[in-house]
Ligand binder design. Structure first.
Ligand code: ATP
Ligand code: MG
Length: 407
């Protein structure tokens, strides 16, 4: 992609109303644009990052046997009434009437919609388990939408739902999801903590949250540095500094953190209310065991920027960077290297613009692609190689550059 045509151009200043780091940097660098409070356009580079994240998630979801679907965003009132959530979750839902006075809501989550789909297609225990997920939009009437894309009123989530014929099968799958989520964080390269939490408007069970420690977070978590014990502040009853109740070795630490994922065991609460029954081996009709598993994909982009930036801009890694390399052409050079890199299957952002070298370097640091290459009259047939996280510049021939890029 040539930077001369990339939409939009970078901004020198952050928007006046921007308070959080992710808001300032993602807008300035041209990844997102705000329509109104809590409502964002993902610009071409933002979509590139999202697609990479989604592909990592998709791989892990498929590997535990989940199947991808896409459910509607506008839902009829009657389905939400079956569980009572039309009223109990009214405050977060965007409910409205159409011109015929029929009532609807925009999706704030999909448990009821998924269970309606399941009950129409479920007969016996042989049909179970079923695990379905989608990447889609959620609408929530968030009162505090001030943290950039960490908290939108319209945002993107991957949500997975599973139904099972027995409690044991359910819990086996729940553990598989925990492992799959952990793998997603590891692949993306984000350090995380799993914390026990309350279920909020969703369930009275203990749930598990996937938290990323950051001062930008709205949550407070307590965790042990020596083992995997963790709880959020809704359920933590001890004091920080106390000995960890699990390993009895570490001392409990407190930190601000961002909740990126949350998994919920619901038992049969939903399926009883929505009459999602199957015929078991003994011929009896039984309600399915149900769980849901959310992962905030746009929140993850914001989280990444909160934990990976410096004074100059964003610092992406290979896994989720919008491009593999940022090639900077000076003195109208670079076209040839751009073509050769593309032929090698490398995803290049080529700064071919007619602006000063200084401006190009500043933008490269702001956008934050992990590798910067520079060609100019000075470098002749060689290429300057620099990583975003290092000050060291190496001057190398093309084949050595390819090696550096692991090609
Ligand atoms: P929070 O406690 O931050 O309000 P939540 O517990 O209501 O979030 P869930 O319903 O568990 O969120 O949704 C699953 C995931 O969706 C969250 O872990 C988070 O990553 C993401 N998410 C939730 N609300 C928002 C939002 N307003 N904007 C962006 N992402 C969100
Ligand atoms: Mg939550």
């Amino acid at each position: 992609m040539k930077q001369s045509i990339l939409f939009p151009k970078t901004l020198k200043e952050a928007p006046k109303d921007a308070q959080s780091i992710n808001h300032k940097l993602l807008v300035r660098a041209g990844f997102i644009d705000q329509l109104m409070t809590g409502s964002w356009t993902l610009l071409p580079m933002g979509i590139r990052v999202l697609n990479k994240i989604n592909n990592i998630i998709r791989e892990e979801m498929n590997s535990i046997g989940a199947q991808e679907v896409l459910m509607p965003l506008m839902h009829p009132k009657n389905i939400w009434n079956e569980t009572g959530r039309w009223d109990s979750a009214k405050e977060v839902m965007y409910q409205f009437k159409d011109s015929r006075d029929k009532e609807f809501t925009l999706s704030f989550t999909h448990e009821e919609i998924l269970l309606d789909l399941i009950r129409k297609n479920l007969k016996t225990y042989r049909d179970l388990p079923i695990a379905l997920y989608h990447f889609s939009t959620k609408f929530r009437n968030e009162l505090r939408a001030k943290s950039g894309i960490l908290r939108g009123r319209e945002f993107l989530m991957k949500d997975l739902y599973s139904v099972h014929s027995s409690q044991k099968d359910f819990w086996d799958f729940y553990e598989k999801v925990k492992i799959a989520y952990s793998k997603i964080f590891e692949k993306i390269g984000l350090t995380f903590k799993i914390t026990e939490a309350a279920g909020g408007v969703f369930t009275k069970n203990i749930t598990h949250e996937f938290q990323v420690i950051s001062p930008a977070g709205e949550d407070t978590i307590y965790y042990c540095p020596k083992c995997d014990w963790g709880q959020n502040n809704e359920i933590f009853e001890g004091k920080k500094g106390e000995v960890c109740p699990k390993c009895k070795k570490g001392k409990i630490l407190e930190a601000k953190s961002i909740e990126v994922g949350n998994i919920f065991p619901f038992g049969t609460w939903y399926s009883e209310r929505m009459k999602v029954y199957f015929t078991d081996k003994d011929g009896g009709k039984k309600p399915v065991y149900f769980g849901s598993y959310g992962f905030g994909t746009t929140r993850l982009i914001g989280t990444w920027v909160e934990v990976s930036h410096d004074k100059k801009g964003i610092i992406w890694n290979r896994e989720i960077s919008p491009f593999d390399v940022h090639l900077i052409g000076i003195d109208k050079k670079g076209e040839n290297i751009y073509k050769k890199l593309k032929e090698e299957g490398i995803d290049v952002l080529f700064d071919d613009r007619d602006v000063s070298a200084g401006e190009k370097f500043k933008d490269a640091d702001l956008i934050g692609i992990p590798v910067r290459l520079v060609v100019s009259t000075k470098t002749k047939d060689l290429i300057e190689y620099k990583e975003r996280t290092s000050e060291e510049i190496e001057v190398l021939p093309f084949d050595k550059i390819l090696k550096k890029l692991n090609r």
